[in-house]
Design a binder for this molecule. Sequence first.
Ligand code: SAM
Ligand code: SF4
Length: 487
Amino acid sequence: MWQTLLPLTPRYTGFMSGVPHKTFYLETFGCQMNVHDSEKVVGTLIQEGYQQVQTVEQADLILYNTCSIRDKAEQKVFHRLADFKKLQAQGKKFGVLGCVAQQEGEKIFERAPHVSLVCGSASYTNLPQMLAQLEGAPMPSSDIQRLNSEVLTPAGNSRSRKSEAESLIRITGLDDRQTDKCFETEFTARTNPHRGYITIIEGCDKFCAYCVVPFTRGKERSRTSKSVLNEARQMADLGYTEIQLLGQNVNSYRDPAESKSFAELLAAIGEVPGIKRVRFMTSHPRDFGRDIVCAIDAVPTLCDHVHLPVQSGSTRVLDAMQRLYTRDQYLERITWMKSAQREISITTDVIVGFPGETEADFAETLDLLEQVGYDSVFSFKYSPRPNTPALSLEDAIPEAEKSRRLEALMAKQREIQIARYKRYIGNECEVMVEGHNEARGQWIGRTSHNKTLNFTAPDPAFPKVGSYVNVRVTGSFPNSLLGEIVV
Ligand code: SAM
Ligand code: SF4
């Protein structure tokens, strides 16, 4: 069930009253930023009179919100487009949104000629106009000429000339890297009625040697703290109790009105009446100040979890990655967090097999895992990406060696997590109830530390999803905890 931020408008209620509409299907790939962008795209489409459907077959318009962070993610969307290509004969239209759209641009039309819309994330504000064009667009004369020369098959069969003509409508919304646009809309269709995302900063100016994000998501630009706080208050009024602030580097936030630092914004959101939990993701070590730890100490609603990607434990590799911090500087930030009044759970991202990473460099990464004691690690094999400086580096690591290092890292982290999760046995934790697992007869909860805590409760009608309850931890696994509700 979607929840929009505004009361229903006449158009929206028209949709509710059963007037026939255009339908769309949207599949999202990639990170939380994409998941939240999709919530905004869905809200925008609903506002434009579209109805969301759950299968490609039911849809008039099929959209993919894509990720290009690694090659595998990028290939997925082309496989999907190939899988459903035949449906264009039924007049369905296809659109590619997000990072692959921005990265590949009009080349997508060559690789997947049944695609009609290619749109980067900063251009979503223009979606209503693009949709209008898509629905009734007179075809550009260049397309008509192309059709005249291409549509006839070798057998001279003018098969589906009309449907091919329609599908060859091509609408492109590509972003300028220097854009100042942030995709703000009041029509966000959030799927969860209790916790929701707010994007506070878009884009990235850091240009790590391996990463496509600065090319696909444009320059770093922050929303005003006033507009972020307004959105948080509106969400609280609608009954949301948990807010997660999002940004490629959420803590690089700079209020354009120069009124609040990131730590001050965090604290202000944590003080919005009705908000019980505030999370933020992802933090960049370079911009991680001690004031963030002080804010967590001072404001109890700020969750005691920080995701601080390190990428490598070797200063030499960090330098080659252009991360612009050393192992010691990273560890200094860990020390700040470890001296906080509440225990802060720390998680990270690691890339293995970056060009030139030696066995000794990799050993330093394994050692760093021990030294920090992460509660979770997202680990990836280095994937060469278009336009990035790392493409020209020598000493590529063979795929098999990358896989070996990834497995070794995951095995090491599993041992660390087994020990870390065990420490919670006997503790009492507050969880937000996220759901019920019928098969196991367990409730699913999430701690402020961002750990999954599955628990039993005596009465099956209790507790309610979205409520907060105390649970005593009775067991642990490498990725979750087990417990009983405290009544
Ligand atoms: N801005 C965050 C930071 O700098 O820590 C990271 C955001 S990025 C979207 C998420 C993660 O994808 C990165 O932390 C990195 O581990 C991984 N990643 C990015 N580019 C990659 C590449 N070319 N190959 C493998 N992993 C990559
Ligand atoms: Fe990519 Fe680096 Fe920017 Fe993170 S900081 S999004 S890894 S370029």
